[in-house]
Design a protein. Structure first.
Length: 442
């Protein structure tokens, strides 16, 4: 269905115009920032507007049981730019009609509710209004503070409040997530303490170019490419949205080949250290016997889910706050200044019944639940209360397919040590990952 949202399209156009006055291309040495005039600029704005509309549409639906067809549902709508607000002909030519696809909207709505994220909070976070407000108040020098490109060309966007992360993905990755969505849903519903990445939305935008520039004559194939260009993206939780500063970050896979930072990278405290770095630093998660057992038990359940679904290349993301580097009065002030989230809306009783009916799982508790690994300032204290740990299992959408098998064969020949590389079969990957975690959690 066509959806013309005047408020959202006006915000989109106004935001674009505002940045042309207030922002200049950043001089970041990384050179990967997305700024006004960047080819991905319009994509970011369209993503924000589209997610806001999709979340609003899903939240307007009455509460009901989740059915099997909900996992294959997709809703489509259009975001039509209001060209009347733009006087310049060149600006009008830069506008696109956008077709937005929202996959499994009721399922992701229920996942958001499971983690006590109200529709109001979600819309406020992912929509363009907060970003626009920050811009007008002078809180952002440019969008580059929130958006960057990975080396693979993937676009990363953190919402202005830091709660969520949006990432563009390939079509094959999007289809893989759809294929495991039912099992993922049941796993996180049955395991409220799951460390797996929390997915809150899967979407696509199909851009239709309304105007050609320069009068160039395009071949039919090239013209079709320009008319229809589709991007897939996911919305995820940000495990590092914390009330305190994270002093050290690790990305841990259990492998050793190329799993250390270069001397130049070590100078940047925001770059995550890797497996050989944590060994060199002799860093351990010092939790004590009871909490160690609890964390490893949940980690084993999550890793088993990944193994069964032939998933590899996932990591434990570990952030550490060192209490000794922050006076207690400053810590108290930082925590007290963190806004208190609104009370969550209770989930429908019918959801419990349907989950049991679909999968034979026992009914999960729908009482407000804070995972044990996020119970203390959003993380876990070390046994001696000198460190706060923030953890989550990320990058969980890489499937052990033919491409990965060929990569494994090539790197085995290249290194001569098949056990050291990251790209290994799911059974060995899971075993190695858990062995590494057991060695580094005390």
């Amino acid at each position: 269905s066509a959806c013309v949202c005047t408020t959202c399209t006006n915000a989109r156009i106004f935001l674009t115009i505002c940045f042309s006055f207030f922002c200049s291309p950043p001089g970041s040495p990384k050179g990967l920032a997305v700024h006004f005039g960047h080819e991905n600029w319009d994509t970011v704005i369209n993503i924000m507007v589209g997610i806001r509309l999709a979340a609003g549409r899903a939240s307007s639906e009455p509460q009901r049981a989740i059915e099997r067809y909900d996992f294959v549902m997709k809703e489509k709508f259009s975001i039509l730019p209001n060209t009347g607000m733009v006087k310049s002909i060149s600006d009008r030519r830069s506008l696109f009609a956008v077709r937005f696809v929202d996959y499994a909207p009721m399922v992701f709505r229920r996942l958001r509710e499971r983690f006590h994220i109200s529709s109001e909070t979600y819309v406020r976070s992912v929509g363009p209004e907060q970003l626009l407000g920050n811009l007008l108040l002078g809180n952002l020098s440019s969008l580059s503070e929130l958006v960057s490109e990975g080396r693979s060309g993937a676009l990363f966007y953190y919402t202005a409040d830091g709660k969520f992360m949006i990432k563009t993905i390939s079509k094959s990755t999007a289809m893989f997530l759809r294929s495991i969505l039912l099992d993922y849903y049941e796993h996180v519903m049955a395991n409220p303490d799951s460390l797996l990445t929390r997915f809150f939305g899967l979407h696509a935008i199909r851009l239709k170019e309304k105007h050609r520039s320069g009068g160039a004559v395009l071949s039919p194939h090239m013209a079709a490419d320009r008319r229809m260009h589709k991007k897939y993206f996911i919305v995820m939780s940000n495990f590092f949205h914390t009330p305190v500063e994270i002093h050290r970050r690790y990305d841990l896979k259990g492998s050793t080949y190329k799993r250390q930072l270069s001397p130049d990278q070590l100078k940047d405290s925001t770059v995550a250290l890797k497996d050989l770095d944590i060994d060199r630093e002799k860093e351990q998660m010092e939790l004590g016997p009871e909490r160690r057992s609890q964390l490893l038990a949940q980690m084993q359940k999550d890793v088993e889910f990944l193994r069964v679904h032939q998933i590899i290349d996932y990591s434990l993301l570990l952030g550490i706050f060192y209490r000794g580097q922050q006076p207690d009065d400053v810590l108290a002030a930082m925590v007290s200044s963190t806004p208190t989230p609104p009370p969550p809306r209770p989930l429908s009783f019918h959801h419990n019944f349907r989950l049991h009916h679909l999968s034979g799982l026992s009914q999960p508790s729908m009482e407000p639940h804070v995972p044990f690994f996020q119970a203390e300032f959003g993380g876990m204290w070390s046994a001696d209360k000198s460190k706060l740990y923030y953890v989550g299992i990320v990058d969980i959408l890489t499937c052990w397919n033919t491409v990965k098998k060929l990569e494994h064969a090539f790197k085995t020949v290249q290194t001569g040590d098949p056990k050291s590389i990251s790209c290994v079969n799911p059974d060995y990957y899971a075993e190695r990952f858990m062995a590494f975690m057991r060695r580094h959690i005390e």
